[in-house]
Design a protein around this ligand. Sequence first.
Ligand SMILES: NC(=O)c1ccc[n+]([C@@H]2O[C@H](COP(=O)([O-])OP(=O)(O)OC[C@H]3O[C@@H](n4cnc5c(N)ncnc54)[C@H](OP(=O)(O)O)[C@@H]3O)[C@@H](O)[C@H]2O)c1
Length: 237
Amino acid sequence: MKKVIIVGASSGIGRQLALLYAQQGHKVGITGRRGNMLQEVQHQFPDLISIQRFDNTTEDISFHLNQLINRVGGMDLFILSSGTGNINLSLDWNLEKEMIDLNVVAWTEIVDFIFHFFQKQRKGHLTAITSIGSIRGEGRAPAYNATKAFQANYLEGLRKKSVYEMLNISVTDIQPGFVKSAMAKSYKRFWEAPLKKAAQQIFYAIERKKKKAYVTKRWWFIAQLLKILPDWIYYKI
Ligand SMILES: NC(=O)c1ccc[n+]([C@@H]2O[C@H](COP(=O)([O-])OP(=O)(O)OC[C@H]3O[C@@H](n4cnc5c(N)ncnc54)[C@H](OP(=O)(O)O)[C@@H]3O)[C@@H](O)[C@H]2O)c1
């Protein structure tokens, strides 16, 4: 039985992953701000799921994570799924700041806390849900894509650190395309995956300790295309 902590599991991808891990008999600790949504998830597997309600951007992250890890009885696998994304055509600073505060500032504090925990434990698996949007800048949501590029780059840095320092910490970067959740706000959506299918593919990628996985798998083709697409075409899309 694995001990899994998922930050951002009151809805969407994190919630679906929590249910999947609990279905497999693993112990799962979940977080989010909406207590009622966390309780709904917990009620499905009361013996396996523990909850901790907190806001990543305003509360003491290490206190809350320590509480949850103790309640679960340890941590083998950590999944960071919380995030926010907004189309921001007017570059409204409040919207940009909201994304930077959660996806960069709080995200880094959480990831560093977890990395230190695994370092002390001498093993562990750290996973974060970034985005296919990490690959290129996006005019309709510059902050969102930039925060996801930060996350993807940071994860690679941690993976390199782990290999270089022989730390036995695996790092997995999950890059979804479109997934049907509250987060999906872009008006030009295609290949939008149902939550269950996305969570299933993420689950397998994590279990195989992949360094990076595109979800659903067909988004691999879009990722390769995005990497080579000349600016004069990309800027017209
Ligand atoms: N859906 C997509 O198409 C898509 C595509 C690419 C990448 N992603 C990434 O996938 C991840 C999960 O997104 P999702 O689609 O599952 O969206 P979601 O349903 O909106 O889930 C977001 C989760 O983050 C939590 N959260 C948000 N703000 C928080 C805060 N300030 N403090 C603590 N928790 C907070 C939410 O819980 P509370 O609201 O209860 O706090 C919720 O559990 C995100 O990082 C997103 O960028 C999604």
